[in-house]
Write a protein that binds this ligand. Structure first.
Ligand code: FAD
Length: 449
């Protein structure tokens, strides 16, 4: 259905705001994007920002507006995990089936590209204009230097809040009656570190892998960059025996890397200097509802559903919001009341599901990776999935390599977990794990007998 052109404001020129600008321009709307920050294309960051893993849902949203190939040029496929566990040589775990991969992409580089593309599509960007207030029923926004300074008023037909986890637009909606809101910080923080390229510009580790050094309560990950470097993220508790609180001097940091990550020992100087140069950041799960106000305002991306990053799905979920919104636009044309209603009804259970899955992955990572029973269970599941790929698709694949709803992945995952709980109670499961008996037992449980 064709839409009547409207005057739209997008608050936030992050990944979600800039992709939404491209979609809305394609629908023939006039689009102005506001961001409190300077234009990221003019800011020096030497490629060192968070690296993200783009997977199926993100690619599908880009494909819809013809951008998949353009963005793949600035991304590196990772078809496996490279596991650096203690006391074992590094080994690989393929992510999915042959040909399936997630893609490493620098958030900063991607954001620059998306803004370029949105501008090319005809969107107007207004950087260094922070939105302080929103008049929801009249779709007006107020920008200015500070909360107390004189504000500029802008009137639009509609406003999209793509202003991230600490959204100002949502903040305004929160003050209304019957608006549900919750936020939960985890006790682990993260810090970006870098492994520079070899002198000839090549990568120091396998470049088509997502490198993981799991260490129980903490872990280091590394994702490849196009320039031969790796962006690493250290996830570490804020407080406790091994924690950010207890690494205060260069000596502490060097000792920490030497003890826990011996195979990156050569990089210690670099890691240590990054450790003190780069900030320690917190991670939050934020849930809210409703996501829309009349047919005037909608939240999209992290502003509606911030999640912890342990499934690599925050941006993917935000891009999927846009894909779904666009499908609804195609279906309901100018009926924005219905579009917004259906959008939030459809997306909310899925956002809650990926929030839950991401949080569980965090809990698993911090408490179960050293548990032999848990590792055995994973081994049995993997073997069964290899033998019966039509009967057992792991939750990871359902989230990462599929278009099916996140809520379905969670539900099926729970059913699989209940089956595995029973399997783990079988006598001598340690000795029998690879037997036909175990396979048959799973098949029986799957068929509900
Ligand atoms: P943001 O990126 O937060 O953008 C919001 C924008 O709004 C910003 O530009 C900000 O300046 C602007 N803004 C805010 N307030 C105002 C205001 N009042 N006025 C004007 N402008 C304003 N996702 C994945 O899919 N895969 C991954 O592997 C992955 N890894 C991650 C790893 C880490 C460590 C973290 C922290 C996140 C990760 N994510 C990942 C999540 C992903 O980064 C986010 O989901 C995504 O960036 C959200 O995009 P957004 O545009 O909704 O919000």
């Amino acid at each position: 259905m064709v839409q009547t052109s409207k005057n739209m404001a997008i608050i936030g020129s992050g990944l979600v705001g800039s992709l939404l600008a491209i979609y809305l321009k394609k629908q023939g709307h006039s689009v102005t994007v506001f961001d409190r920050r300077p234009d990221i294309r003019t800011v020096e960051f030497s490629g060192r920002s968070i690296n993200l893993a783009m997977s199926n849902r993100g690619w599908r949203a880009l494909r819809q507006v013809g951008l998949e190939e353009t963005i793949k040029q600035i991304a590196i496929p990772m078809d496996k995990r490279a596991m650096h566990v203690v006391d074992k040589p590094m080994y690989f775990q393929p992510y999915g089936k042959e040909g399936e991969a997630i893609w490493s992409i620098s958030r900063g580089i991607l954001n620059r590209k998306m803004i370029d593309l949105a501008e090319k599509a005809g969107a107007t960007f207004r950087f260094e204009e922070k939105v302080w207030d929103v008049n929801l029923p009249e779709a007006k926004i107020y920008t200015g230097e500070s909360e107390k300074s004189e504000w500029k008023e802008y009137g639009f037909d509609m406003i999209f809040g793509c202003d991230g986890a600490f959204s100002r637009v949502r903040h305004k909606m929160q003050r209304r009656s019957r608006f549900d809101y919750s936020q939960h910080f985890i006790d682990v923080g993260y810090k970006e570190l870098t492994i520079p390229p070899n002198e000839d510009g090549s990568h120091k580790l396998d470049k088509n892998s997502f490198h993981i050094w799991p260490r129980g309560k903490f872990m280091l990950i590394a994702l490849p960059n196009l320039d031969g470097s790796f962006t690493c993220t250290l996830f570490l508790p804020f407080e406790g025996e091994v924690s950010f609180e207890n690494i205060n001097t260069e000596k502490d940091a060097k000792q920490f890397f030497k003890t826990y990550f011996p195979n990156v020992r050569k990089e210690i100087e670099n890691l240590t200097s990054d450790f003190f140069k780069n900030p320690t950041s917190a991670m939050v799960t934020m849930k809210c509802y409703p996501w829309t106000y009349w047919n005037k305002v909608a939240l999209v991306g992290d502003s509606a559903h911030a999640i912890v990053p342990f499934y690599g799905q925050g941006m993917n979920a935000g891009f999927e919001d846009i894909f779904v919104l666009n499908e609804l636009i195609g279906k309901y044309g100018d009926n924005w009341d219905t579009i917004f209603e259906k959008y939030q009804e459809q997306r909310k259970p899925n956002a809650d599901a990926i929030a839950e899955l991401s949080y569980r992955n965090f809990m698993e990572m911090s408490s179960k990776t050293a548990d032999p029973k848990f590792l055995l269970q994973k081994k049995i599941e993997k073997r069964f999935a290899e033998k019966h790929p039509d009967k057992w698709i792991p939750v990871y694949s359902r989230v990462t390599f599929s278009d099916r709803p996140y809520s379905e992945a969670l539900e099926i995952g729970d059913r699989q977990e209940a089956i595995m709980k029973k399997i783990m109670e079988l006598p001598d499961i340690e000795g029998e794990w690879d037997s036909e008996f175990v396979s048959q037992s799973i098949l029986t449980l799957l068929s509900g007998n």
